[in-house]
Design a protein around this ligand. Structure first.
Ligand code: FDP
Length: 328
């Protein structure tokens, strides 16, 4: 007898019912999961179709755009718009916010359609990451630059692994796997493990000498106790971290031999990268701070593409580095 696993839709309907919530969020999540499946399709067939190649342009961040970046961005934008529930969206690939249903909408969505660009040319894991905030239904229209602590949900698909991880406000972080019919099933609650045995540190070691001296000292004192893993795609690194525990970090670059390459404000984008993983970490018992040791979820974005340093993972490690960062 085939074992029946709970589907994502069933899980979500019960969640909304339990919390007396509307069906609007289900419509939005249906669009997001369908977009992810389409992106995965274009990605796994990408080598044959030329989709792993560059698009010969740079994006608003000055980074090379891959064909897959464009395809994924079009897919997500189209799906979000089709819901009629999104006021406006912010994408890594668009300089301006993408206007959708305006006052008829209910949600703000922040997304990176394909995180981890350096993996694309090789078909290695990449992510589609998103955060969702809800409009202020009671008062006058509110601004679209929300802190992570105002998110109602955040999640990511690690492509092409067939996994989907979703954090719901005050309701945990859950992982789903795709089954034979292409349906996400089997919700599994993710909690960052407390044991130190499996903990891993994840950062671009090639950048180490460019970090603040206090961060370099912390790494030297702590790295022997943990294994080191780095995939080069935040979604993939965070995916593993959620299961094994430890810390992912992308510190500020402050001591580059070529000062033009310093990034004192950090590299990762707050709205659709750092706040997304910080929200998922919080719901899984974890923590996340910026270069000042302040909680990522409380950082007020100043612009759509606001950058930040990021330290995210198991509380003892994040708290330890936060103490160092707050002192300097
Ligand atoms: P990428 O620039 O390759 O798209 O989005 C930023 C990001 O990927 C993260 O996914 C990843 O963790 C990090 O940057 C990789 O940066 P480095 O190549 O500098 O390590």
């Amino acid at each position: 007898m085939v074992e029946l696993e709970q589907t994502f839709l069933n899980f979500l309907l019960r969640h909304q019912e339990r919390h007396n919530r509307t069906y609007h969020f289900i419509i939005l999540m249906d669009a997001i999961t369908n977009a992810a499946k389409l992106i995965e399709h274009y990605y796994v067939t990408g080598a044959l179709k030329g989709n792993w190649l560059g698009a010969d342009t740079v994006n608003v961040q000055g980074e090379s755009v891959m064909r897959m970046d464009r395809i994924a961005n079009d897919i997500v934008t189209h799906h979000l718009r089709s819901t009629g529930r999104v006021i406006s969206a912010v994408s890594e690939e668009n300089e301006e916010r993408i206007e959708m249903s305006g006052d008829d909408g209910r949600y703000f969505v922040y997304f990176d359609p394909l995180d981890g660009s350096s993996n694309i040319a090789h078909g290695l894991p990449v992510g589609f990451m998103f955060g969702i905030a809800k409009r202020n239904l009671k008062g006058p229209e509110d601004h679209h630059l929300r802190t992570g602590k105002e998110f109602i949900a955040a999640g990511m698909f690690v492509i092409p692994t067939g996994t989907f991880t979703l954090a719901l406000r005050e309701a945990g972080t859950w992982r789903f796997h795709v089954n034979e019919t292409g349906t996400f099933v089997k919700p599994t609650r993710m909690m960052l493990p407390e044991a130190t045995k499996t903990w891993e540190l994840s950062f671009n070691a090639g950048n180490s000498s460019t970090f603040a001296p206090s961060v370099q000292t912390w790494i030297a004192e702590n790295q022997q106790r943990q294994a080191f893993r780095y995939l080069g795609a935040l979604a993939g690194d965070f995916h593993r971290l959620l299961a094994n525990g430890g810390m992912f970090m992308y510190p500020a670059i402050v001591a580059h031999p070529d000062p033009k390459k310093n990034r004192p404000e950090g590299k990762l984008r707050l709205l659709y990268e750092a706040a997304v993983v910080a929200f998922m970490a919080r719901e899984a018992g974890g923590a996340a701070v910026d270069e000042h040791g302040q909680p990522i979820l409380e950082v007020q974005p100043q612009t759509l593409h606001h950058r930040t340093a990021l330290y995210v993972g198991s509380p003892p490690l994040v708290e330890s580095i936060a103490r160092v960062l707050q002192r300097h």
